[in-house]
Write a protein that binds this ligand. Structure first.
Ligand SMILES: [Zn+2]
Length: 74
């Protein structure tokens, strides 16, 4: 089953496999730095628009696959 990351503030989505894997690799370090400044992380990574939306990326299961969007199959 595919997963994607969705921002809990602005709704930005990350569904590229490599980008998700990269984010998940950095999750532990990022969450540690969030706790260091006294906050509790909500998601696994800061949103790409974090400066504007202060959102964090939440893992969602993408059960429907591609729904009316671009398909990136090769
Ligand atoms: Zn966002």
């Amino acid at each position: 089953m595919a997963i994607k990351l969705v921002c809990d503030r602005c709704g930005a989505e990350l569904d590229k496999r490599e980008a998700i894997e990269l984010a998940l690799e950095g999750t532990a370090a990022w969450q540690a730095s969030v706790r260091d400044r006294g906050d509790e992380p909500r998601g696994v990574f800061p949103c790409e628009n974090y400066i504007r939306c202060r959102g964090e990326m939440i893992i969602r299961e993408d059960k429907n696959g591609h729904k009316g969007g671009k398909t990136n199959k090769r």
